[in-house]
Design a protein around this ligand. Structure first.
Ligand SMILES: N[C@H](CCC[C@H](N)C(=O)O)C(=O)O
Length: 274
């Protein structure tokens, strides 16, 4: 079977995007994992599959698969890429999208950046698949000999966020996989390392569930700002510096929708035989 795809990225978090007429035409996780390989496949962090809308007031439904083949609920950088691709195809400036993790509204800006409504951050442990008995701002988490202090929030997908004095010194390679696969997270988790520069500026590195460290993580940036605001460290609009570049997050506060603005780049079109 010939698969036509578009290769895209958001700050170096890279994707293949392709259409599928229905769920049973979506390649299985094992096939997508092979395509994700950066030597023997196309290479990507996530595959984004575009399907016909499932709710009458939406334009597209998209599914998300990590490089390890696992299907997940949400992808923020991917949502900007899907939104831009589909809105341009439909000659629209705005779009209503739907995914396993919920609705995402998209606005294409005149400056070429894309804004997406990433919904309402959910701090309930159950939403994160985290086994805490009650909700808290910060939880102790034992990892080997050390006890970490993490916050847990869902952007549709799970995020564990910990503050670090400096992202450049953060032990991402060791603590990333240890927290990603920690038994207290029923469905694993993404792991954010948050450095607060000021009330309107953070630096962030994310060890992504099912991928490893990426150059940027959109939902990770949303999660980190939500946690920073809940801890009283950040203002409503925050610039997030990831390894791959800059995002702007705006969150008025609890119960409100969180918006993310950033780039969405098409690199090439391609075909691959499955
Ligand atoms: N690895 C994530 C999915 C992709 C998130 C990231 N690429 C983004 O831009 O939000 C997870 O397993 O929940």
């Amino acid at each position: 079977m010939l698969l036509r795809f578009t290769k895209m990225h958001g700050l170096g978090n890279d994707f293949i995007v392709f259409d599928a007429p229905s769920d049973d035409a979506v390649p299985d996780g094992a096939a997508l994992k092979q395509l994700a390989d950066r030597r023997t496949g196309i290479g990507f962090d996530q595959a984004l599959v575009l399907l016909p809308p499932r709710a009458k007031d939406t334009d597209v439904y998209y599914r998300i698969f990590n490089a390890d083949g696992s299907e997940v609920e949400q992808c923020g950088n991917g949502a900007r890429c899907v939104g831009k691709l589909v809105a341009e195809k439909l000659a629209r400036q705005d779009l209503h999208m739907d995914s396993l993790g919920g609705r995402v509204d998209v606005q294409l800006r005149k400056d070429g950046l894309v804004s997406v409504d990433m919904g309402i951050p959910d701090f309930t442990p159950a939403a994160v698949g985290f086994d805490a008995t009650r909700e808290a701002d910060v939880y102790p988490l034992r990892v080997g000999e050390s006890e970490l202090q993490i916050s847990a929030v869902s952007m549709g997908n799970p995020h564990a966020v910990m503050r670090v004095p400096s992202v450049s010194e953060a032990p991402v390679d060791t603590l990333g996989p240890a927290v990603e696969n920690h038994p207290r997270f029923a469905n694993r988790t993404n792991v954010g390392f948050l450095e607060v520069v000021s009330r309107t500026h953070i630096r962030l590195r994310v060890f992504e569930r099912g991928v490893g460290e990426t150059l940027a993580c959109g939902t990770g940036a949303c999660a980190a700002v939500a946690v920073g605001r809940r801890l009283g460290l950040l203002d409503e609009e925050v610039t997030v510096d990831a390894l791959g570049g800059r995002l702007v997050i705006r969150w008025p506060g609890p119960g409100e929708h969180l918006w993310m603005t950033g780039p969405a780049i098409t690199v090439f079109e391609g075909t691959v035989t499955l």
